[in-house]
Write a protein that binds this ligand. Structure first.
Ligand code: SF4
Length: 227
């Protein structure tokens, strides 16, 4: 499979945020979100066998733990990504999959935690999510909206209500989009939408969802890769 990077860091943007996690970042994406922070995944990377990926994951985290399969869009390499997830689960890892939900989610191993990033209109990819995928979400899965504006917030709010995504599950996370050119200092001024504003909207609407910040961007330089 075509791999951009494998590294260990803290999980940054789900209900697992803050936990140590090995990231396996696959190459390629079929979307072009305007605030994308992973454009370096669009091409390149290295060809690695399943055995080589497993060895690297086991070297970084020999005692099990969290592994996130991410991209780009990892399901563009569906056959290899599923085989990898099956191997990771068999080896005792808890597997998270970050996906836009544009590809089918029906063939994934049942144990995988799907973190589905439903694109809002101001990402430029607001039509990307495949609505049929909602039926394949389970209580262990998470739906995330990256929000850059009031328009995005209202899209997310109506999506949550229309599809009854709130309690009991799956978990729903709203996260302010980060500026692409953010670098150096690490503060909320780098968010395209002030998190305080987003919090106030969520409270005013009694939205049963979690406010998420991309904590890795507040810990390390936002422009740094492999963290
Ligand atoms: S889906 Fe992810 S990797 Fe692809 S363009 Fe959007 S933010 Fe970037």
């Amino acid at each position: 499979m075509q791999i951009i990077e494998i590294f260990k860091s803290l999980q940054g943007e789900s209900s697992y945020a803050g936990l140590p996690c090995v990231f396996v970042r696959l190459a390629g994406c079929n979307l072009r979100c305007v605030w994308c922070d992973s454009e370096y995944t669009f091409k390149g990377g290295s060809r690695m066998s399943l055995d080589e990926v497993m060895l690297e994951v086991q070297r970084l985290s020999p005692n099990g733990g969290l592994v996130e399969v991410t991209g780009g869009e990892p399901l563009l390499q569906e056959r290899e990504a599923i085989a990898l997830m099956e191997r990771l689960i068999a080896a005792g890892y808890k597997v998270l999959l970050e996906t836009s939900g544009e590809r089918p989610l029906d063939r994934l191993p049942a144990q995988v935690v799907k973190i589905v990033d439903v694109k809002c209109p101001d990402s430029g990819e607001g039509e990307a999510f495949h609505i049929d995928n909602l039926q394949f979400l389970t209580p262990r899965d998470e739906v995330k909206f990256v929000v850059a504006s009031r328009r995005d917030y209202e899209f997310a709010r109506e999506f949550i209500r229309e599809h009854d995504l709130s309690s009991p599950a799956p978990s729903v996370i709203l996260s302010p989009a980060f500026r692409k050119d953010a670098a150096g200092s690490r503060d909320v001024a780098h968010c395209l939408l002030d998190p305080q504003l987003l919090a106030e909207w969520m409270l005013a609407d009694e939205l049963n969802a979690r406010l998420g910040l991309q904590i890795h961007k507040f810990i390390w330089d936002p422009a740094l890769k492999g963290v």
